[in-house]
Design a protein around this ligand. Structure first.
Ligand code: NAD
Length: 405
């Protein structure tokens, strides 16, 4: 059987623990036997991050920017316990944060998977709710302050052109408390709007931006205005032609209507709201093994896909003791197929996109035929049969072989 030629490289960011074991199987047994692909490999496993003083993370992110397509395995974020466990020389930053920073922020779309036979914790959700998270600014770049006692908090903006500064009194503190100053950029909000509208158009979903513009009239009002400007100038005609819509909603109305609805929309969130709602949506769809994050940096061309879950340390500990595990690889398979489909789209190679679609369909058909890992089986019923990590991966392997024959 001849392999499908992938015209340009895909950047692979390897990770840690149980996720790394599942990852290797997917790459070696489900992808490489079928694709002739130049994988630019970067080992972001914690030991190699330590050995390279985290340089490998920056190098990997730059490679994703250069080649336009990346796929990332979950990685350990060091805390005190991990520093001790691995004898690390530093408490390195979460790799995802470094990668996003190198790629200039952008937006992260969390995509849950709907399996017909696996009940959702929110039963009405029969289609994905895609949370688009603005990956720049706000609380994540804020300056915060513990106020020691009574005093006045002011905010000053000093224009570069030498014109008069703008000074605002924020609060007259009667006693100790806390304060925060945060910001965002029109340019970044505009990129976020474009990424959200492109995503909606590509997947056939309406787009909603949710803010609290009734309270933050200037801050959130700016998000609302920029989204509307970008939509009117660049996307309205395409949305009309596709029968899709865009609208702004108050964040509490949006939260309520998403819970009442059937899914099938892109919910564009400011950075912190996106953090919260991504978690809520992943939880609502049942298992962490069913959600994938797609990072779309501001260049509008690059894409980095990764499972939304972590390294599944609890299962890895069992694995280290020689005990069986049941780790769901679905989100990792989706990350690979999203990245490969994007490679095919950028290169104009429909056979690569077709392979990605076929691999994904095999994965969904396998679960929908009743063969699955324990996290999904438990959502169906306490006594639904389930497979171990290796058994499920073997079933997938056989199914992919049959499909491509
Ligand atoms: P986790 O997502 O790895 O696991 C939490 C629990 O969710 C597991 O114990 C398991 O019950 C369940 N679970 C998660 N993924 C599953 C899967 N594929 N199949 C079946 N069950 C699954 O989160 P954690 O335990 O809080 O973190 C473990 C490590 O992962 C930490 O070191 C953390 O820093 C890291 N982490 C990395 C990322 C990332 O790289 N994007 C994200 C989150 C956590």
């Amino acid at each position: 059987m001849s392999k499908i030629k992938v015209a340009r490289p895909v950047v692979e960011l390897d990770g840690d623990e149980m996720a790394r074991i599942v990852w290797r199987f997917i790459r070696d047994r489900l992808v490489l036997p079928y694709l002739d692909v130049d994988l630019k490999y970067f080992d972001l496993g914690i030991q190699n991050r330590d050995a390279t003083r985290d340089r490998v993370t920056v190098d990997a992110a730059e490679a994703v920017g250069e080649h336009g397509v990346g796929v990332k395995c979950p990685t350990v974020t060091p805390d005190e316990a991990r520093v001790e466990e691995f004898g690390l020389r530093a408490m390195y930053r979460p790799p995802g944060d470094t990668v996003r920073e190198v790629l200039g922020g952008g937006a992260v779309f969390r995509e849950p998977v709907v399996m017909g036979n696996v009940p959702r914790r929110v039963p009405g959700w029969t289609r994905p709710v895609v949370v688009g998270r603005h990956a720049f600014g706000d609380q994540y770049r804020a300056t915060d302050l513990k106020v020691p006692g009574p005093g006045t908090l002011t905010m000053t903006f000093t224009p570069q052109d030498g014109s008069d500064p703008v000074e605002l009194e924020v609060y007259e503190f009667p006693g100790p408390g806390v304060a925060l100053s945060m910001y965002n950029l029109d340019r970044s909000v505009r990129d976020f709007a474009r990424a959200s509208f492109r995503y909606g158009l590509a997947h056939g979903y309406p787009v909603y931006l949710a803010t609290k513009n009734t309270v933050l009239k200037r801050y959130d009002g700016r998000f609302k205005d920029v989204f509307q400007e970008v939509f009117d100038a660049e996307f309205r005609a395409d949305y009309d032609a596709a029968g899709l819509t865009y609208g702004h909603r108050l964040v509490e109305d949006m939260a309520a209507s998403v819970l009442k609805g059937e899914g099938g929309c892109v919910w564009a969130c400011k950075n912190y709201d996106g953090d919260v709602q991504s978690g809520a949506v992943a939880g609502g769809f049942g298992s962490p093994g069913l959600s994938t994050d797609v990072l779309v940096p501001p260049d509008g061309r690059t894409l980095l896909a990764e499972p939304a879950h972590g390294t599944v340390t609890r299962h890895y500990r069992r694995h280290q003791q020689g005990r069986s595990t049941s780790t769901n690889p679905v989100a990792s398979v989706l990350a690979w197929t999203r990245a490969l489909a994007h490679r095919g789209a950028l290169d104009g190679t429909p056979e690569v996109t077709g392979f990605a679609r076929a691999l994904w369909e095999v994965c969904v058909e396998t679960v929908e035929s009743g063969r699955m890992t324990r996290d999904l089986a438990e959502l169906i019923s306490p006594d639904h049969p389930w497979l171990t990590t290796e058994q499920f991966l073997d079933v997938l392997d056989t199914a992919v072989q049959k499909r491509t024959l």
